[in-house]
Design a protein around this ligand. Structure first.
Ligand SMILES: NC(=O)C1=CN([C@@H]2O[C@H](COP(=O)(O)OP(=O)(O)OC[C@H]3O[C@@H](n4cnc5c(N)ncnc54)[C@H](OP(=O)(O)O)[C@@H]3O)[C@@H](O)[C@H]2O)C=CC1
Ligand SMILES: O=C(O)CCC(=O)C(=O)O
Length: 451
């Protein structure tokens, strides 16, 4: 970046910092996007003059609300709920709900900001939003989770709608929680519409939605490898997380003939040198979705596997890395370790799992690096297809949806590749995703004038 562009970026970030104090995750996400977009905006003054980037860093609306509920002992509990409606230039706000004790306004603002560009990249008409609460579903009974979800929706329902804002799942929000929230929405409004995605198949959900994010991340990884004449078959992979995204990414790596060595949760990781095959993945899904247990139990159940308490899996040598747990789970040291151990490609299943300096280390090393807003867009793309199926009152088959997911991921890869390819032949997918995602939203905003 030229010196005057770097000063421009610093000035821009100073203004964003001053307006968003104490929001490190949001600032990190903006910094990553702005570094790529500022030179593009300077070269295309119509975006600069209309202050498109500045406008994108200011959400359309932030809704924050109290969520009261009673636990099984009858004690009153109070949580804080949010919905960040970041931008609806190209379609209704769209993005998940996260229930986790680490949820803050900053975390949800970063996720909603990223969602604008991700949703644009899918090619589907969806704006960006995100929401959630600092509620911890871990250790809660199903009845407590239901009461929380009902209370949460009792406020959220007035801010969402199938043409306004369509939430879905994220960390701590899966099929069970979506069911409780959809039931409450329907009860309050007496409307049966596609107001949420990730629903059960019996009441308007889409085949392939549970699989879509993890499968999509592996498709993106595969597309990146193909540009180098390589494939997943015969390669080893380290994966973090053991939830929706991680287990389906692990499944697809197996389908492609790769060997998955690790999975993790917030307490530690397991390393299975024999490989985590499809049967073992089914066991993990049952552990996490039904028994709601800890990944440490894997090492007790499968001989030969090791459990590493309090550690992340990035020290295990592998060809491929798929971070699928949470933000900032790969720092600079982890990135250096992965590189030193010969990692060839990284596809981010989680949102912003790599710190800024970690991203720079991967790019400088010239490895294939698929950023979250491109690599994990399969989930929201399938949600977009769930919205269309709901509007049309029809259901597509899993085969049709699998083909659509594959072609959407190929389209995302192509857009990022074309915008990110450098003169030296290296593709900077981070830059490619930022520019391709920005352009469509920016052009729509220009069409609306100053609003
Ligand atoms: N679900 C989807 O369709 C999409 C999800 N994503 C992103 O993928 C990531 C995972 O989401 P998803 O699989 O749906 O969520 P789940 O709740 O199904 O699983 C989350 C996994 O990450 C682990 N985890 C959560 N917080 C931490 C932490 N602070 N440190 C280490 N591990 C942690 C959890 O462990 P534990 O059980 O101990 O909490 C669990 O194994 C998130 O970044 C999410 O935003 C992105 C696009 C779509
Ligand atoms: O399917 C959706 O709307 C949610 C997807 C999401 O939250 C994400 O892409 O991070």
């Amino acid at each position: 970046m030229a010196a005057d562009q770097s000063t421009e970026l610093e000035g821009f970030m100073e203004r964003v910092k001053a307006r968003n104090p104490g929001e490190p995750e949001f600032l990190q996400a903006v910094q990553e996007v702005a570094a790529d977009i500022m030179p593009f905006v300077e070269a295309n003054p119509k975006y600069r003059d209309a202050k498109i980037l500045e406008r994108l860093t200011e959400p359309d609306r932030i809704v924050s609300f109290r969520v009261c509920w009673q636990d099984d002992k009858g004690d009153v509990q109070v949580n804080r709920g949010f919905r960040i409606q970041a931008n609806n230039a190209i379609g209704p706000y769209k993005g998940g709900l996260r229930f986790h004790p680490s949820v803050t306004q900053s975390v949800l603002k970063f996720l909603a900001f990223e969602q604008i560009f991700k949703n644009s990249l899918t090619g589907l008409p969806m704006g960006g939003g995100k929401g959630g609460a600092d509620f911890d579903p871990k250790g809660k009974s199903a009845a407590e989770v239901m009461r929380f979800c009902q209370s949460f929706m009792t406020e959220l329902y007035r801010h969402v709608g199938h043409d306004t804002d369509v939430p879905a799942g994220d960390i701590g929000v899966g099929g069970r929680e979506i069911g409780y929230m959809f039931g409450q929405y329907k009860r309050i409004t007496n409307n049966f519409t596609g107001v949420l995605t990730g629903k059960g198949l019996e009441y308007g959900g889409s085949e392939m939605r549970p699989e879509a994010t993890g499968y999509g991340a592996v498709y993106f990884m595969e597309d990146m490898l193909h540009t180098k004449g390589e494939q997943i078959e015969g390669k080893t992979a380290v994966i973090s997380g053991s939830g929706n995204v991680a287990t389906h990414a692990a499944e697809k790596v197996n389908h492609r003939g790769g060997k998955v060595l690790t999975l993790s949760d917030s307490a530690g990781f397991i390393y299975d040198p024999d490989g985590i095959d499809l049967e073992k993945i089914e066991w993990v899904k049952e552990l996490k979705n039904v028994r709601r247990g800890r990944i440490s139990e894997y090492a007790e159940h499968f001989p030969g596997a090791e459990y590493h308490q309090g550690k992340r899996p990035w020290g295990v040598a592998a060809d491929l890395a798929l971070p699928c747990a949470t933000q900032n789970e790969i720092d600079l040291e982890d990135a250096k370790t992965l590189l030193a151990n010969g990692c060839k490609a990284v596809a981010e299943g989680a949102n912003m799992p790599t710190s800024l300096d970690g991203v720079h280390a991967f790019l400088e090393a010239g490895v294939l690096f698929g950023p979250a807003k491109a690599a994990n867009a399969g989930g929201v793309a399938m949600s977009g297809l769930e919205m269309s199926q709901n509007s049309a009152r029809r259901a597509l088959s899993s085969e049709e949806l699998r083909d659509l997911l594959r072609s959407i991921m190929d389209g995302i890869h192509k857009r990022c590749y074309e915008a990110g390819l450098q003169g030296d032949g290296f593709c900077n997918y981070v830059k490619g995703a930022n520019i391709a995602g920005f352009k469509k939203v920016g052009d729509a905003m220009l069409a609306f004038g100053v609003v």
